[in-house]
Design a protein around this ligand. Structure first.
Ligand code: PLP
Length: 369
């Protein structure tokens, strides 16, 4: 008998779970019979509702006629701009095809069967998927009050722990741990462990509320801080993120990445967006106002929610997955949370005022049925 192609692969690869993304607008529009994708409101993937920064769009247009060239594989100008802005050495920064790629590269560099990662049970699911892909075990530590329990995570570390992931602020709960709690954790974490601080949403906080985690890199600790242009900077479609870590750690990750992992358009747009302080401030205002609007709406509907510091919020609607389906028929896409052990919740991204209002109206309609 001839074997099917998947039967030729490693059994452990065949059993891997696939990441469930927010449903694309085009797909939902097609399903509902809308010719125009603009009819659909996507509040499912924590994207920036303002669209890309105008400065990034200008930079992208300028790059169009240069797309026959390979990108700068070393991402020189973007790393230089980041180094200056963050007061860190250029050789302590590596760029990735989204910070997701960097999570996978960390897996490739540090994980193998017999090792484990420590993460919170309701933190970003990609950490677990990457651990699975390298056949490492995931130790998932229960959160307290939807927040990372760093003391419990410390206790969960074993001699075989390679990576500890802290998503701060956390997706999908929208909560964060403060600088004092992180300091305490960093003082006590054993030396054989690499700490990964995933700060995908950090720029949404006013600077004085951002914990100074780059200090850990400057102090030479075993730590990588992950950041991205997908959220605050509104460039999710381009796929560009970065890690800040010790020079030796960055060199290591550079060995396992592809030579041109960040494309030329993304490099140009990211560098331009980084300098668009006005856009970042507009984003922070939109998110603060949007959270207020949503929380008020939830209160009026008598719904519990998890207070959030970022551009998405968990709300308890009852049957989450069914509600998401029903909301799609009302032209709005949000995210079910059963995969995170929260079947009664949905996660909604903060949108523009009219998008939030549409969502709240749709939610009211759906809950009445
Ligand atoms: C969105 C997100 C990312 C970033 O993903 P990219 O690959 O940079 O688009 C990373 N971590 C968390 C927790 C996120 O929510």
């Amino acid at each position: 008998m001839k074997k099917k192609i998947h039967e030729l692969a490693h059994p452990w690869v065949r059993s891997l779970a696939v990441y469930e993304p927010g449903r694309p607008i085009e797909e939902v529009a097609r399903e509902l019979g809308f010719a125009d994708a603009e009819e659909i409101i996507k509040l499912a993937s924590n994207e920036n509702a303002l669209g890309p920064s105008p400065k990034a769009m200008t930079a992208m247009r300028r790059m169009v006629p240069r797309m026959h060239f390979y990108p700068d594989g070393g991402a020189f100008y973007l790393r230089r701009a980041l180094a200056k802005r963050l007061d860190i050495e250029m050789n302590q920064i590596m760029t990735g095809h989204g910070s997701n790629e960097i999570i996978a590269l960390l897996g490739q560099a540090f994980l193998k069967p017999g090792t484990n990662i420590v993460m919170a049970d309701r933190a970003f699911v990609v950490y677990r998927l990457v651990a699975d892909a390298f056949r490492a075990k995931t130790i998932a530590v229960p959160m307290q009050n939807f927040t990372h329990d760093l003391d419990a995570m410390l206790k969960a570390i074993t001699p075989r722990t390679k990576l500890v992931f802290i998503s701060n602020p956390n997706n999908p709960t929208g909560t964060m741990v403060d600088g004092a709690a992180l300091d305490r954790f960093m003082r006590r974490v054993p030396k054989h462990v690499v700490v990964v601080l995933d700060e995908a949403y950090i720029e949404l906080l006013p600077p004085e509320q951002q914990p100074d985690t780059l200090r850990y890199v400057r102090e030479g600790r075993h730590v990588f801080v992950l950041r991205t242009f997908s959220k605050t900077y509104g460039l999710a479609g381009l796929r560009v993120g970065y890690a800040i870590g010790p020079h030796a750690g960055v060199e290591l990750l550079n060995k396992v990445r592809q030579p041109f992992n960040v494309n030329a358009m993304a490099l140009a747009a990211a560098a331009a967006a980084l300098g668009d302080e006005k856009y970042v401030q507009r984003t922070r205002r939109m998110v603060a106002n949007g959270l207020t609007q949503l929380e008020k709406g939830f209160a009026e509907l008598g719904l519990d929610y998890v207070p959030s510091v970022v551009n998405f919020i968990l709300v308890k609607v009852g049957r989450g997955r069914e509600s998401c389906k029903a909301l799609e028929r009302q032209r709005v896409i949000v995210r079910p949370m059963d995969g995170y052990g929260l079947p009664e919740y949905v996660r909604v991204t903060v949108g523009l005022p009219r998008e939030n209002a549409h969502f709240l109206r749709a939610l009211k309609t759906v809950l009445k049925k």
